[in-house]
Structures are given as structure tokens and as C-alpha cells.
Design a protein around this ligand. Structure first.
Ligand SMILES: [Zn+2]
Length: 350
């Protein structure tokens, strides 16, 4: 076979990196190629309460398994907590009790013999979307992840913004009400307290119950006037077979997409709260794109519409402002793909 042909049929292998997304529940580990494709993966339970030593040891074993017969250049890890990017130490992680001060970088380097790079989990998501997802080609980007917590990552002037304490991008704990409801972080009025999964689900359940009570009262009255029209209960009620306690974000999303009034009003509200926090980010950072990811984004189009409306209403009207608001493209893989790219940005310092 001619050498030229051999080169065409067997493209040069650019090597792989390992990306890890370490959360309070799971440790997701991926073998990622140079084009940001996850070629193999392992998902482990974190067992956070059992401490970091056992979790990192199991992660090390999974990495050894993924590396077999492959050329791996580095390990990158995104951790749910405040991360010292230079020392690779995690500080006060809210969902990893007992992990404060864990030398993640040093431990994984010892276990794997590879260079290890650490960041916060939401920064890893932003990095993944920027390099290989919905933020490709942007130089100014804000990425927000909506789940139980609300995380954020910022790309400014074509660089991941880390901050003086490694804590940049914490959009979930920016206040949207000066004297609002108490947040788990100890402050009041944080956007996370209004759009975090558990709070939205709680409001959905309360409102469906209140609606059922209204309908019942109304029925008692209209029985006196048989011709009077009555509205049916929310689709969220039907989707849970009549048990409002079982309403989750999934039912809120499904009902909203089907045009259910109660669910749409709730989504409008989430969009307005989130849009308020994002409008503040727009005024501060002037991003060209905002990417919304995480479980809550599964609500889909009605949420995007509500967020766009709120941001537009709350930001200065620049003529021809360049700004799109879109959903994540990489979904649940964004964290591992982004973590696998840390070598390329942190190797030369930041
Ligand atoms: Zn907070």
C-alpha cells in the first residue's frame, strides 16, 4: 500500500484526555478525543458521606480502565465546590460534606501518573459548551446551569474567567431581591432560591392544590347554576394521576409545552427571575451569547421565550445589540467534555 493512501485511511490519532464531572451524587468520567467526542465513559456513585479517599481511589481505577491501550495526555476535573485552581484543592463543597481541603489534584496525579487540572463544575460546563457546544466561536459567553443549584461560568475576551479566589461566575448567588427569601448560602434573595428545582416544584405543587380547592368551591357554587362553565384542573394534576405531591420539573415542562395555563404562568415566572439575574450579567459582561443548561432547561421553548423577554425588558436597548440566548448543546456531557479541555487552558497558567 502506498504511504499516502495509508495516511488517508488511518488519520493521525490526536490522543485523548480524561474529563471528570464530580458531583454530590455521581462521578462521571469520560474518555474524550481531540474533537470533544466522548468515546467511552464510566459513571460511579460518589458516596460523598464516605469521604474523598474512597471516591478518588475508585475514580483512579475507572481511569486506569478507560486508558487501556490509549494515549491519554491529562485528567481534567470539574468539582461541585469552590476550587483553588493552582493547588487543585476543593474548598467548602456544599454537596460533598467532609471534603473541605481535599487535595484532588495531588491525589489524582499520584493515582494516575498524569497531569491533573481542576476547576469548578459550572466552569467546566461553560468550557465544554464554548469549545464544542452552543458557544463555539464566541469570545464573550455566559453559561448558566439550572438544577437543584444554579451554577454559572463566564468566558470573557476569549478566556475562562476564574477570578481572584477561583469563584467567578457564581450567578446563582447573585441577588434579584434586596431583601428576598433566605438562600442555603446564608444570604437573601439569591436567584437560586427562586429558580432552583426544589423551589419550583414546591410552588407547582402548592398552586395545583390551591387550584383544586378553588375548583371544588366553584363546583359547589355552580351546582346551583347548571349552565355555568367551569375550567378543568391543570395538566400537571392529570400527569401525576391526581397526586400533586408527585409533580416534578418534568410535569411542569410537559404541561407548559401543552399550553397548560398554570404551568405556563410558573414558567413565565422562572423566566422572569432568571432573566433578572441574566440581565445583570449582560450589563456587567456584555456577552454575545447566553447558554442555558441543566435539568430545568428541559422545560424547553416556553422557558427560553420567557427568559428572552425578561432579559430584553431589563437591559439597555443598544442599537443592534449582539446577544442570543440559547439552550446547551452538550447536555449532560458538557461537564466531562469541558473538564477534558482544562489542559489546553490551564497548562500555561491563567
Ligand atoms: Zn445564595
Amino acid at each position: 500500500m502506498a504511504p499516502g493512501r495509508n495516511l488517508r485511511t488511518r488519520p493521525r490519532q490526536s490522543g485523548f484526555d480524561i474529563g471528570i464531572d464530580l458531583g454530590g451524587t455521581n462521578i462521571k468520567i469520560g474518555l474524550v478525543d481531540g474533537a470533544g467526542r466522548v468515546k467511552a465513559r464510566r459513571i460511579l456513585l460518589t458516596r460523598a458521606g464516605a469521604g474523598p479517599t474512597q471516591a478518588l481511589a475508585r475514580a483512579g481505577a475507572a481511569i486506569a480502565d478507560l486508558r487501556k491501550r490509549r494515549r491519554v495526555a491529562s485528567v481534567g476535573i470539574g468539582i461541585a465546590g469552590l476550587v483553588d485552581h493552582v493547588a487543585g484543592i476543593v474548598r467548602v463543597p456544599p454537596n460533598l460534606p467532609g471534603w473541605n481541603g481535599t487535595p484532588v489534584k495531588q491525589t489524582l496525579q499520584r493515582l494516575t501518573g498524569l497531569p491533573v487540572f481542576c476547576t469548578n463544575d459550572a466552569n467546566a460546563v461553560a468550557l465544554g459548551e464554548w469549545r464544542h457546544g452552543a458557544g463555539r466561536g464566541c469570545r464573550h459567553l455566559v453559561c448558566v446551569t439550572l438544577g437543584t443549584g444554579v451554577g454559572g461560568g463566564i468566558i470573557a475576551n476569549g478566556r475562562l474567567l476564574i477570578g481572584a479566589n477561583g469563584a467567578a461566575g457564581e450567578i446563582g448567588h447573585t441577588a434579584i431581591f434586596a431583601d428576598g427569601l433566605p438562600c442555603l448560602c446564608g444570604h437573601n434573595g439569591c436567584v437560586e432560591r427562586y429558580v432552583g428545582t426544589r423551589y419550583v416544584e414546591d410552588r407547582a405543587r402548592k398552586r395545583v392544590r390551591a387550584q383544586l380547592k378553588r375548583l371544588k368551591d366553584h363546583k359547589n357554587q355552580t351546582s346551583l347554576f347548571p349552565g355555568m362553565k367551569t375550567e378543568g384542573p391543570s395538566r400537571m394534576f392529570e400527569l401525576t394521576n391526581g397526586d400533586p405531591a408527585r409533580i416534578t420539573m418534568r410535569e411542569v415542562g410537559r404541561a407548559a409545552r401543552a399550553g397548560d395555563r398554570l404551568a405556563l404562568a410558573l414558567v413565565e415566572e422562572i423566566g422572569d427571575y432568571l432573566g433578572t439575574a441574566l440581565a445583570n450579567a449582560v450589563e456587567l459582561l456584555d456577552p454575545e451569547r447566553i447558554i442555558i443548561g441543566g435539568g430545568v432547561s428541559g422545560i424547553g421553548r416556553p422557558l427560553l421565550k420567557a427568559v428572552r423577554k425578561s432579559v430584553l425588558r431589563r437591559t439597555q436597548a443598544l442599537p443592534g445589540r449582539k446577544l442570543d440566548i440559547v439552550f446547551s448543546e452538550l447536555g449532560v456531557d458538557a461537564g466531562i467534555i469541558g473538564a477534558s479541555r482544562l489542559r489546553t487552558i490551564l497548562d500555561s497558567g491563567f
